[in-house]
Structures are given as C-alpha cells and as structure tokens.
Design a protein around this ligand. Structure first.
Ligand SMILES: [Zn+2]
Length: 1158
C-alpha cells in the first residue's frame, strides 16, 4: 500500500509539472493571453514562473533522481498518515497570478507644501561649516604653548574702558557609567561630591557650583533627608547651585535619535520641576564626541537660552578662534528666518580639564588646579606643580593667572570670560573644595583689589551668560546680540593629529540596535498606554492596571535615557558596564511588551467592563522573545490547529499601514482570514536550521495586514491541514546555489531545486523593482525601476578594514585608524545561496563566513513594496583587529557629496575631502544616508545607528562591526572584544526625480548644508524604526475553545489619519507631582517633516494639509480638554486652545501640546 501511495504521489507531481510547463509555453506564444495577465503582478509572476521553468528544465535531466528523491521523501513523510495531505501537486500549482492587492498609490500633496523646501536658497549665515571644511588646510602646525592654536597677544590698556569680567565656574563631570557602572560611581564618588557640595557651598555665599546629570542627582535625592533637601533648594534659590542642561544624562549627539534625546530631557526637566521647582537655562555639553545642531534646536525649543560645547575638531576651533567666532548664534540649516538661533559658546582648547580651561598655556593653568598640590594623587604632567596661595606669593600668582584669563578673553568678543574649574568626578573629597575655593578666593580678592581692570569671581554658567546679555542691553535669549550666525555641525571630531573619533559611530553595534529596539517599544507603549488609560477613564473601568504599567514606563524612560549617555550608546564603556546597560535595556523591553499587551488587551476587548488584568498567563504573547540581553531575538511558534487563532497587529504611527508581516507557525499549510472572516493571500516559507536544512516543525507565515493609524487589527489563522482547496496560501519555491549537489527535492509542500549551472545571474522582482543578483556570489548587482525600465548599478560588497601596524595609535572604541583601503571578503562562489520566491515576498540569502546576508523584496501595495530590505547577521568573533563594512557601488554621479542624517531629525550635506584621511570622511548615520545626481537618488535607511562614508563617486558604505584588540588611549583602557552575533537591518530605496534638478549636489551659488528626504523615504524610515507589533492570543486557564473574552475586529483611535508629513512623535502621560503615578494629562508631540517634492510620493495613501491638524480629527470617542501649547520639555506653557482649534505646524518643527484626554 505504502509503495503504491509513493508512486502515485510522484506521478501526480510530474504530471502537474509538465502541464504547468505546457501552459506557460502557450502563454509565452500568445501575446493576447500574456497581456491579459500582464497587469503589474502578472508580468512579475510570469517572469518568475519562467525562471522556475528554467530550473525545471535542468531538473528534468535528472528526472530519475527526482523520482527517487520524491519517492523517498513521500515515504518518509507519510508514515502511514492520510496521503492526500502530502501530495504537493495542487499546492505548488496554486494559481500564482493571484489576488495580492497591488494597485499603486501616491500621496496627495497640497499646493504650497513643496515651497518650503524649494525656498532653501534664502538661508543666510556668516559661517557655513561646509565652507570652513573646504577652506581649512588641516595642516596642524605647532602653535607654541597653545599647541593647536596660535600666540595670543594683548596690551594692558585693552580693558581701560570696560573691565574684564571673569567667571570661574566649578563643575564636576559625572559619567553615568564608563569605567564603572552608574551605581558604582554613585557609591564611590557621586554621592560624596553632592554631599560635600551642600556642606561647602554653605560656608561662603560667593561659592558657586553647576550640575548637569539628573540621573545621578535623583539617585542622591532619594537618599538624603528633608533637611538636606531644603538646604539644596536654598542653594538653588540664592544662585549658588545651578542645574545646567538638566537632562537625565549628557547625551551623545552623533548617534542618538531625537525621540530619545527629547525623552531624556523631559525626564530630567520634569524631575527638576517636581523636586526643585526651577527651569534650566543653559546647556552644558563638555564631553560628547562632536556636536549636532539638533541639540541646539531642541534646547532652543525647550526654552533654554544658552549652550556650551567643547569637543570640536582642533582645526575648526582654531579657525573660529582666529575670527572671534567661538561664540555664535547656531542656526538650523533649514531655518529660513532666525527663530532657531541659539547662543552657543565653544570652548577653545584641547579639553575641559583645568590645564585647558584657564587660558592657552596648560603648563600655567595646571598650576591653578589645586587638587594637584604636591602630595595628592594627581599632579601636573608639565612638571610645574601648583603652590598654595599665600600673602607672599599672591601678587605673582594672581598676575600669572590673570595673564591667562586675558589671553583667553581675546578669543571672544565680550570682555567677559568663562573659566570652567573642574574635571571628571572632581570634588569628591572635602579637602578639594577647601583647596580650590580657598585658594581661588584669595586670588580673586587680590586681583579685584588692584588697578587691573578685572572683576574675578566664582559664577554659575548662567551668571556668565547673563553678564553677556546684560552688557548688550538685552534680555537673555532675545534676538539682536549681533554675534555671527553659524550653520552646520561639528562632525567628525579629532582631538589631535589624525585621530578622528569616527569609530564610535559603530562600536558595540549590537547595543546600538538594542537601543533602537527599546526606543521603538517605549514609544509604542507610551502611546497605546495613554490611549488605553484615557478610554478606561472615559467608560469608567478602574480595573485597567494604570499604576503598575506607568511604573514600568517610568523605568523604561530611565533605562532609555541612561543609555543616551555619551559612554553608553557610543559603545565606549568597559565590558561589564556594557552588560549593566544591556540588562537594563532588556528589562525595559520586556516591561514595554507587558504594557503594550495589557493596553492592547483592554482596547481590543469588546466588553471592557469585564476586563481582568489579573490573569495568570498574559492575555497575549508578543511575536519576539529575547532570552538574554546579548542574544538575538527569537520568534515563538504559533501552534496551529483547525481552530482559528487570533493575532492582533498594532501600528504606532498615525498613518494607516498596509504591509507584510511575518510569523512563525507550526504548519506549512495555513489559512489566514481578516477580522471579517475573508480569507486573504498568504505565503509559507521554510525556516532554515543550517545552510541546506530546514525545520519540519516550524514554518514562516507571511501575509499583508491593514492596520489603522495608531490602531489595532485582528487576523485569524488556522492550520488548513489537508484542505487542498486553498488557493490563497502558497508555499514559496526554493533554489539553492553552490551546494555542490545538483539534486532537487521536495520537503513537504516545498520544492527545492539545485540548478547545475550555478553562475547565471538571477532576479527577484515585484511590479515596481527588479533586483539582479550575481549567480556566483548571490550579491545584488543592480536595481531596475520597472515603470521606466531604467537600471541603476547597485552592487553590494562586504569588506574588512585592518588597523595601523605602528605600535601606538591603533583603532579602538573611539578612534578609527585604518591601515588603508578596505579589502573585499573573498566569498566568490563559496557561499551557499538560497533564493526563495513567493507571491508575497521573495528573498535572496547569502551565507558568508562573517555575514548572513538577506535581501527581501515585498509584493506589497504599501510602502514596503517600494524598497529592498537588507538584513545581515554579522559575526566577526574569530577576527583580530578587523572592521567589517558593507559597501554599495552605484553609477550615481554624486561627485564627492552625499547626505547623512543627524539624529533622525534632519539631513546634513557631506563632502568627501581628499585632503583628509579616510577616517575623517566617515560620518554618523542614525536613520538614513543617500547619494544623488540629477535623475536618481539612492537612500539607505537603517534600523540602528552606524558609521557611514562615501569614499568614491557612486559608493556608499556602512560600518557593521568592529573588533579591536587594543585601547586607543582615551581612558577606556581596553579594546573591543565583546562582539556578539549582531543583527542589522536596512532598506534600500531607489527614486527617480520627476523633475530634473540642475544641481542636486550644490555647485554654483552659495552652498547650503540642507537637503530633504522624500515623503516615501520618511515612510520607509518608519518601517524600520516603528515596526508593526504582533500580539498572539493565548488561551487562558478555564477558557472555552474560542476564548471567553471577545475581541473587536479593529480599534481605530483616530478620527482621521494625520497628514503624511506629520509624525506622531509621542503621547506621553505626565507624571504626578508627588508620586510615580499617571495624571490625566498627556503631552502630545508632533513633528512636521520637511520633504523633497521632486520625487513621487509612492506607496502612500495619505495627503498633506499645509501643516494643519484639526483637533476634532484626532481622538475618537474621547473628550479632549485643557489643551495648551507647551515647550518641548514642558517647562513653558503657551497658547491655550480648545477642542475645535486647528493646530498649525511649520515644516521641520516639533511641537508639543499638553492635553487632557478622558
Ligand atoms: Zn563623560
């Protein structure tokens, strides 16, 4: 009997193959038939079938082998079960010209919404950083005592008319994690610094101090008594203690995303408001490794008036110093007016320590760091130690110090000079306070008593800036200071020689990825929690676990905030500190899943009054699990049966999503229904367990979901078992190359072919794009836009950089110091290639030694059908001093220019300069980078921050991982050897301009730093950064087979989708003043994105409205009251609005509103 079954199966299979072949032959011969099916999908599918038939032809030569193979596999599979289930014929032959919806859509753009971008020529500035980089020779001559600068001269009479005002600002730079964990630093140093501060500032009201990191300050606050808290408040009130910036941390500025930058500032500023009742006025960023204008913008819109930056390329500092431009109004590249102008003070010298802050000569300045008095643990490397100030030496010492102050002041315009007095973790011992404050007071008293036209004193940072505004006769923060206007950014940073800090853009990429995973989870959880909470109030269901969930949200805000620290997300902390951060990130990711599950459960319940959060198993599972902070995510398997299983999808963006989702399921024959019960197309794929082996218990299920803006949609999935009459579900077809075996085979419903001729190029395609791959390497060669038939060369390569051979100065956590050009990984013809073709998506897998590289093309009507997805899993743990990059080589004529984003907020023009070393031409990329010419733009979108460069015309490369065996002498004292198997994900978007631009890369006229992604590109970025989340319904104990809780088909919290160019940044429930509990107030953050209209807005079904949002169109079934515009971190409230008001957003701006939703 068994034998008969096997033979019958094999015969059916072959009969079907041949009849399909003949049918196709006919299709090709008869044009009329062909045209009937050649609408978008048809054409694609035909080519696909042709490809398949070619493979079949090969296979026919081996038909005997196939028959044997089939016979064997059918025998194995059947094992006595019902045979019909396993006859693959009908499944393989399911109609392939099928009902995947595929009508192209385009956004409707309101006339006028393109004019902002087109008017970019109006921007005016005095200093454009791109010009500065063009002009500078980067020759690094010896400047004398100020090694990287020049000799500064003055005459004693310079201050006859206006005395020199000196503000000495004591500070202590506390890293929330670096060489020690944040907790260890707190215990060992920070708590003592802050305790000493209270004691020592009380001694003399002329003493001042500034503090930046609220993460540490809040830890200390929780450990001190009420009396001490009162003492601190007094110090704040009388101006002795100033909180500067007031963020949770002093965040990195290169690789952070603006969501997290804002969030950690809100967390800090809200803490300050609740506990100290003040508003920070000045920003203080002395240690981040390069500076971004995004930070200036955010501080401005938060209501701060001034800011200080420090780590800027030494040649840039010198140039700005020469022109007296170290203090400037920092204007956004995209700002047509002056509303973004932020007063910025750039520190002139090498470092923020005392030897490099009192004046140009570190040998002199070091003598005025009284912690370095002989007998202490630190000394002066310039070999002249400080001496205590006495009546005998004060005249000489004061004169020597004043000389430095005067020289430093000559680099600025105001006759007021800022002298920071501190270093890392300073003032932790009581004696240091006495040494510094005591000796300096003697010096000030003496200076001020002489006829030297100087007024020296301790000051806070705002004391310094206030004096400056005051001398100009202006209110702080008002226009009219008359300082030069500067636009652009300060990357990449070099502190000496050719030591560019461009390695950290990529260091510890695993955690840069994990950071973005938490960011996406946190944002999605904040929004769905706020909605669920408001609805629970609206219908008065108190059982929603608001307080518990809110505490998890607070925890996640803090974990995410902490990781924005400039030694955390940068990958520049000790291994065990990285583990500490990773553990916190993972815990918060799990907490955010729980918040989303509880909120989705509540919102989806048809009868919310029956909502019960006290379930022993959670109501939903999410479709991704991580067992450890350094493990790759795993997908749980949906155990399917004939009974349908409910899966709910959540879209956290405010435009509808129509895109492909993937789940793991226990069956290869599946039926998917939407909430109305309509069966929808789906595809099943094998799950690979080794190069050629696949699981027999686990399959990938792929289908297209429709999820409303900020909403939830339910889908039903079941095992279709032996039902052969299911044309909507089709298994993918697999072709394996480079396996060394020409045999084809059948695995269950899947057919696997292994063509003999391995080296022919092949394609995968949908109705928009055709991607061509090398048959030898499996790597992408070119992409053709189907509509116009234009092909753009786009080859993918993987390469390795080495590091310098010299004994000192090799690459490390901070520095990228390559040994020359990168060398191509030689995988030619060796890597196993898998090509998977299906009706919803097609994929090419290339299994190289250090990279598992997958390119996917979706046949989706949504935005995901317009770009290629690239997923890599990188593993370089067997390497020594190597850095792995992925390079795209195109024929785009971008000259020497490309564009990379800053913090996901704005694009910055980059020029690859041949006068600079390779490592100087690497830049940070948080969300995207692109190359363009008159006709074409290629954008690479990323799901995590990494370093990027365009080293030759047409090239764009991304650094993927770095393994470095040594320290690079910036204090970390270790290499980077804790590499993991690291995932990274990109999307490649190829766009054709529908209006030719004469000079897309500048050229002629004044160059600007600004450029804009298309609307499509913005949406592609959202795919990666705000994924659709899946919730899998669990069966609860005691529930009947269908479950007791009825779920809605969908939840649509918005009346209308937001306009395409408006991003719903967050809906963040505000914390109560006196408890870690939610209030009825939320802050709504909206960002109107600038976009380039010269590209079609493909794949979008939304429209633009000139930046108008009707409040009535926002939240469905909720009362919206108490609406007020507010500053970005909620410190200053503005215009009061009502529920009928229209919000008006300007391009590029992020706006915040306080709202009450019940
Ligand atoms: Zn630091």
């Amino acid at each position: 009997m068994k034998k008969y079954v096997a033979l019958f199966g094999s015969c059916m299979f072959l009969v079907a193959f041949f009849s399909m072949y003949l049918m196709l032959d006919q299709l090709n011969l008869h044009g009329s038939l062909r045209s009937r099916v050649s609408m978008e999908m048809g054409q694609t599918e035909l080519d696909f079938i042709k490809d398949k038939m070619e493979n079949l032809e090969n296979d026919i030569h081996h038909n005997q082998q196939i028959i044997d193979e089939i016979r064997n596999s059918v025998k194995q599979i059947i094992g006595g079960e019902n045979m019909s289930k396993y006859i693959p014929v009908q499944r393989n032959m399911a109609p392939l010209v099928e009902e995947v919806p595929d009508s192209p859509v385009q956004a409707k753009i309101e006339t006028g919404d393109c004019s902002f971008v087109e008017r970019q020529g109006e921007h005016s500035d005095d200093v454009q950083m791109l010009d500065v980089l063009d002009i500078l020779p980067f020759d690094n001559p010896d400047g004398g005592v100020w090694k990287q600068g020049f000799d500064i001269r003055y005459t004693e009479r310079d201050w006859d008319n206006q005395p020199l005002k000196v503000f000495v600002v004591p500070h202590s730079h506390n890293d929330p994690g670096w060489i020690k964990t944040v907790d260890r630093y707190y215990l060992d140093q920070t708590q003592h610094i802050l305790n000493n501060m209270v004691d020592k500032l009380k001694v003399d009201s002329r003493r001042k101090f500034i503090w930046a990191e609220i993460s540490f300050f809040s830890m200390w606050w929780d450990n001190i008594d009420a009396e001490k808290k009162d003492a601190v408040k007094k110090l704040v009130e009388n101006g002795q203690l100033e909180i500067v910036t007031g963020g949770w941390v002093m965040s990195d500025e290169a690789i952070t995303h603006y969501y997290a930058m804002i969030d950690q500032m809100i967390e800090g500023h809200e803490w300050i408001k609740r506990n100290l009742g003040i508003k920070p006025r000045s920003g203080w960023a002395i240690d981040p490794f390069g500076h971004s204008p995004t930070m200036a913008y955010l501080l401005k819109r938060m209501g701060l008036q001034n800011m200080v930056v420090q780590r800027v390329h030494y040649s840039v500092k010198k140039q700005l110093a020469k022109e007296k431009q170290l203090e400037f109004m920092w204007r956004q590249n995209w700002d047509h007016g002056a509303s973004s102008d932020m007063l910025c003070h750039m520190m002139p010298f090498y470092s923020y320590d005392v030897p490099h802050t009192c004046g140009p000569d570190p040998k002199v300045c070091c003598q005025f760091d009284f912690k370095r008095l002989p007998g202490g643990r630190v000394n002066c490397p310039w070999k002249v130690p400080p001496v205590p100030i006495s009546d005998n030496n004060v005249a000489e010492r004061a004169k020597l110090l004043l000389d430095q102050y005067r020289k430093k002041s000559k680099l600025y315009r105001s006759n007021i000079v800022l002298i920071p007095l501190g270093d890392d973790f300073r003032y932790d011992k009581a004696i240091e306070w006495d040494q510094q404050y005591g000796n300096y007071q003697k010096l000030f008293d003496y200076m001020n008593s002489q006829n030297w036209h100087v007024e020296a004193q301790f000051g806070t940072l705002s004391d310094y800036f206030d004096a400056m505004w005051d001398r100009a006769g202006l209110q702080p923060g008002s226009p009219g200071l008359g300082y030069p206007v500067l636009s652009g950014d300060f990357f990449s940073y070099a502190d000496r020689e050719d030591h560019y800090w461009s390695g950290y853009y990529t260091s510890r990429p695993f955690y840069k990825n994990l950071d973005r995973v938490l960011e996406a989870h946190a944002r999605a959880a904040e929004i769905i929690f706020s909605l669920a909470l408001a609805h629970s109030r609206h219908i008065d269901v108190p059982s929603f676990p608001a307080k518990n969930a809110y505490q998890m949200l607070i925890g996640a805000r803090k974990s995410l905030g902490l990781f924005q620290h400039h030694d955390a997300i940068t990958g520049t902390a000790k291994d065990f500190v990285v583990v500490d951060y990773g553990t916190r990130l993972l815990r918060s990711i799990m907490d955010m899943k729980r918040v989303m599950i509880d909120s989705a459960h509540f919102l989806m319940s048809e009868d919310k009054s029956q909502y019960d959060p006290e379930t022993t198993t959670t109501f939903f599972d999410m479709d991704e699990k991580r067992i450890n902070h350094d493990a790759l995510p795993e997908k749980p398997i949906l155990q399917l049966s004939q009974q349908t299983k409910e899966v709910v999808f959540y879209n956290s963006v405010a435009q509808a999503r129509h895109e492909v989702v993937r789940l793991r399921v226990s069956s290869s024959t599946v039926e998917v229904q939407d909430a109305s019960g309509k069966v929808i197309p789906s595809q099943t794929n094998l799950v690979w367990t080794a190069a050629q082996d696949s699981s027999t218990t686990e399959y990938e299920l792929v289908f297209i979901v429709n999820v409303p803006p900020l909403g939830l949609s339910k889908y039903l999935i079941r095992d279709a078992g032996s039902e052969v009459n299911n044309p909507y579900n089709a298994p993918s077809q697999v072709t394996l190359y480079n396996t060394g075996s020409p045999e084809s085979s059948v695995r269950g419903v899947f057919h696997i072919s292994r063509p003999i001729s391995d080296n022919r190029d092949f394609t995968i395609e949908n109705s928009r794009l055709r991607a061509k791959f090398s048959g030898t390497t499996g790597l992408l060669q070119s992409v053709t836009t189907v509509k116009d038939g234009k092909e753009t060369a786009m080859s993918v390569e993987f390469l390795m950089y080495g590091t310098r051979e010299t004994k000192k100065d090799k690459s490390g956590a901070y520095l990228f110091l390559p040994d020359g050009e990168a060398k191509t990984l030689d995988t030619n013809g060796k890597a196993v290639i898998r090509v998977i073709r299906g009706k919803i998506l097609s994929e090419v897998h290339v299994l190289m030694k250090h990279v598992e590289h997958v390119i996917t093309l979706h046949r989706s009507p949504g935005i995901d059908g317009w770009s290629l997805e690239i997923s890599n899993v990188v593993d370089i743990r067997d390497q020594r001093n190597r850095e792995l990059c992925m390079r795209l080589k195109t024929d785009i004529k971008n000259s020497n220019q490309f564009f990379s984003d800053l913090n996901g907020f704005q694009m910055q023009r980059r020029k690859t300069l041949s006068k600079l070393p390779l490592q100087a031409n690497y830049y940070p990329m948080s969300t995207m980078a692109y190359l363009q010419d008159q006709d074409t733009r290629m954008t690479i979108h990323t799901a995590q921050s990494l370093g990027v460069g365009s080293l030759q015309e047409g090239w764009l490369e991304v650094m993927l991982d770095r393994r470095l065996n040594q320290d690079d002498n910036r204090g970390l004292q270790q290499g980077l050897l804790d590499n993991k198997r690291t995932p990274n994900q990109f999307r490649l978007l190829l766009e054709r301009r529908h209006q030719r631009t004469s000079s897309p890369n500048g050229g002629g006229g004044k160059q600007t730093g600004v450029d804009y992604p298309s609307l499509t590109s913005h949406s592609v970025s959202q795919l990666l950064n705000h994924p659709v989340y899946a919730f899998i319904r669990n069966k609860l104990p005691g529930e009947g087979p269908a479950g007791d809780v009825k779920l809605s088909g969908s939840v649509q919290p918005l009346v209308k989708a937001l306009p395409c160019d408006i991003h719903f940044v967050n809906l963040r429930t505000v914390q109560a003043m006196d408890a870690p509990a939610p209030t009825q107030e939320s802050v709504l953050l909206l960002h109107r994105k600038g976009f380039d209209c010269s590209f079609p807005a493909n794949g979008l079904s939304c429209s633009t409205t000139g930046g108008k949002v009707q409040l009535e169109d926002l939240f469905r079934d909720l009362d919206l009251t108490d609406i007020k515009a507010t500053s970005l971190s909620l410190m200053y409230d503005g215009q009061v609005l009502n529920s009928k008001s229209t919000l008006q957003l300007d391009p590029m701006e992020i706006n915040a509103y306080r709202i009450r939703l019940d």
